[in-house]
Design a protein around this ligand. Structure first.
Ligand code: SF4
Length: 64
């Protein structure tokens, strides 16, 4: 199964941040409603199982 670390929406939390924890990151996604676009963020861990909104990051794409 794919993991959040493979997703383009996953961003590691820098060690210098107060909420740093090994493997912890933010899932940041662009959303849109009738008022316009906005960003939605939530905490995830890189080893969490990916959700249905996984966007494969370029560094994890396997080239044929
Ligand atoms: S929760 Fe889904 S969208 Fe967010 S980082 Fe994980 S796989 Fe990507």
């Amino acid at each position: 199964m794919a993991k959040c670390r493979e997703c383009a929406s996953f961003f590691n939390i820098p060690e210098s941040d107060l909420d740093y924890e090994k493997g912890k990151g933010d899932c940041v996604r662009e959303k849109q409603d009738q008022k316009g676009k906005f960003w939605q963020a939530k905490s995830v861990f890189e080893a969490d199982e990916a959700c249905a909104d996984l966007r494969p990051s370029r560094k994890h794409l396997k080239l044929a």
